[in-house]
Design a protein around this ligand. Structure first.
Ligand code: F6R
Length: 581
């Protein structure tokens, strides 16, 4: 989603801002802009398009000045237009703002400011921040007070950077923002990856705080104005070395990396979480998108093997669970730790005095700061917008968690890593199947029991990567309605490993096949009912089939994207971190 960047140092800001924005392109965006401060004037250029396109047309990197801010926008309020692109400048032209998040009460603030004579040019919620800052700064002529008086008025969740009174400022509330340092240079960015090549150290800005930066010092304050001590952190080496290697796309690299990433899950922190939740009767497991599919696996395993009441809930829907029982806890599953719906759900639980725990990939994220305990999936930075390696690490962590709770070892990570590498060796076969399937528009993905979350994840990958309308369904459910759509043109993926779901799924296949549909069977054994067979290996313990069956389905979705000339790393309209509601 939107990325923001700020720079104050001894070099010209504009080319550095462009370079950093390019590194954060993976977060998703539709328009680009920068403002720089030069001899007491703020110059702004912005437009719809990619960073390279807009830079080529408008020569953003030629803007003068050693203080600057930049933005890539993913539209929420107001259409994708040049005017709605950031930065937004206050009416005086002396304050410029880039913003990530949503100001929920912006109409109220806008009306108040308009009554005082302020004019607005965009449809965004963000423009109110620039004018509210101007109002507060003109009243107090004090930078610190004007930030404090501004944030007190804002409702929602936000991170913004502003040039105000020739200074660079960063403000963070429930949205990601970090500060980077090297010698006399100061950076502010949405994520560490954006500035990792430029800085030596990072400050993870506290949530609900702001910072005033210049070459000499950095001062951080809480929203009530008290000074906050900060600590300098090093940049993790795995971020510094991120590259596509020999792969055409990050997505393919990340699919292949799963043989390694799965070995990195942090067993110690997962075991600690297992100890804590063992005594809790009711668990709410939440997540969005892929992480919700992982929550469904957790629900299945915890319900089957532990004496617990478990709800798996899409994070956005958590608000309906008003009467949370005392002996209950929430486990939030997230790759980024930035997803707004997940953070809102955790806030709700915490406000209801319910402990919140997380299974998380980025331990420096907002979510990490809000949860009582973190089980770390440690799969490294995931750049492809579609989650791949983060999903397998989440479900491996869940197997370990549940196994620890009932004193059973469900998985041996090295064994699973070998199984994944066996499947990846069949890349060519899957590529060939994708050539035959590239013209399909609709597809069903059927499964039963613990395989259903994989069907759901497969449907998500097909939609995101290959832009095929895909619907996951329990095997037997098809005949309760959707059967009416089955004919010679229908394709159905059936997740059908040899376990206790096999016989029922074969019955479903017969029923579908007799109506003319084509079957793509995902199984460890061949069945002549399959029009295409996606082979998965036999496993020692059948309960871990889901961990292996998702791999060929990720590959299939990837190669369908390639066959259709789509960019798998940047699916249309999607963003890596969904930092707004
Ligand atoms: C799907 C995908 C998204 C994310 C969702 C939650 O491939 O990437 O559906 O899974 O936005 O993100 P996290 O896990 O970062 O909370």
């Amino acid at each position: 989603m939107c990325s923001i960047i700020g720079y104050h140092g001894d070099r010209t800001a504009a080319p550095i801002l462009i370079k950093c924005l390019k590194k954060m392109e993976y977060r998703g965006y539709d328009s680009v802009g920068i403002s720089t401060q030069y001899r007491n004037t703020i110059i702004t250029k912005k437009k719809i398009g990619t960073v390279s396109e807009v830079n080529k047309k408008m020569e953003l990197d030629k803007l003068p000045g050693k203080i600057g801010i930049g933005h890539t926008r993913w539209a929420t309020h107001g259409n994708v237009t040049d005017i709605n692109a950031h930065p937004h400048t206050s009416n005086s032209g002396k304050i410029s703002v880039v913003h990530n998040g949503i100001i929920e009460n912006y109409i109220e603030i806008k009306n108040e400011l308009m009554k005082m004579g302020y004019k607005f040019y965009s449809d965004t919620d963000s423009e109110v921040i620039a004018n509210l800052l101007q109002y507060n700064f003109e009243k107090t002529t004090n930078v610190k007070l004007s930030i404090m008086n501004t944030v007190i008025k804002l409702r929602g969740q936000y991170a913004f950077i502003t040039i105000l009174d020739n200074k660079l400022l960063a403000v963070r509330y429930n949205s990601p923002l970090i500060i980077g340092l090297k010698d006399n240079e100061r950076f502010i960015a949405s994520d560490v990856f954006g500035v990792s090549a430029e800085v030596d150290n990072i400050i993870y800005l506290n949530d609900g705080s702001f910072s005033i930066l210049n070459e000499k010092k950095i001062q951080c304050y809480g929203f009530d104005g008290h000074l906050i001590k900060y600590t300098l952190s090093n940049i993790e080496s795995n971020i510094l070395t991120v590259s596509k290697k020999h792969y055409q796309y990050f997505t393919l690299k990340e699919i292949f990396e799963q043989t390694e990433s799965i070995l990195q899950v942090d067993i110690k922190s997962i075991n600690e979480l297992a100890k804590i939740v063992s005594n809790i009767k009711r668990l709410y497991i939440i997540g969005s998108g892929t992480s919700y599919n992982a929550a469904l696996i957790a629900k299945y395993l915890l319900s089957k093997f532990c004496d617990k009441i478990v709800e798996a809930i899409v994070a956005e829907e958590f608000e309906i669970f008003q009467n949370m029982n005392r002996n209950s806890a929430l486990i939030a599953i997230s790759q980024s730790g930035e997803t707004a719906d997940v953070i809102n759900a955790v806030n709700m639980a915490v406000n209801a005095n319910i402990h919140a725990y997380t299974i998380l990939n980025i331990p420096t994220s907002v979510l990490a700061m809000k949860c009582n305990n973190i089980a770390k999936t440690n799969c490294g930075l995931e750049i492809g917008v579609a989650a791949t390696k983060s999903f397998t690490s989440q479900i491996a962590s869940i197997y370990i968690l549940v196994g620890k709770m009932i004193h059973v070892k469900f998985i041996d990570l090295h064994y699973v890593s070998n199984l994944i590498s066996t499947i990846l060796k069949n890349e060519l076969e899957i590529q060939n199947i994708s050539k035959s399937l590239k013209n399909i528009i609709n597809i069903y993905v059927l499964a039963k029991g613990i395989h259903y979350p994989i069907a759901s994840e497969c449907a998500l990958k097909l939609k995101e990567l290959s832009r095929i309308h895909a619907e996951s369904m329990f095997g037997g459910e098809l005949k309760h309605g959707a059967f009416t759509l089955i004919d010679n043109n229908t394709h159905v993926i059936v997740i059908n490993p040899q376990d206790d779901t096999y016989d029922d799924m074969v019955i479903s296949i017969h029923e579908i096949k007799s109506r003319g549909a084509k079957i793509i069977g995902v199984s460890n054994t061949y069945n002549k009912l399959y029009d295409y067979w996606i082979k998965i290996p036999n496993v020692r313990d059948k309960i871990i089939f889901p961990l292996v069956e998702i791999i060929p389905l990720q590959l299939l979705s990837y190669y369908l994207a390639i066959e259709k000339n789509l960019d798998p790393d940047h699916p249309k309209n999607l963003a890596k971190s969904v930092t707004v509601k």
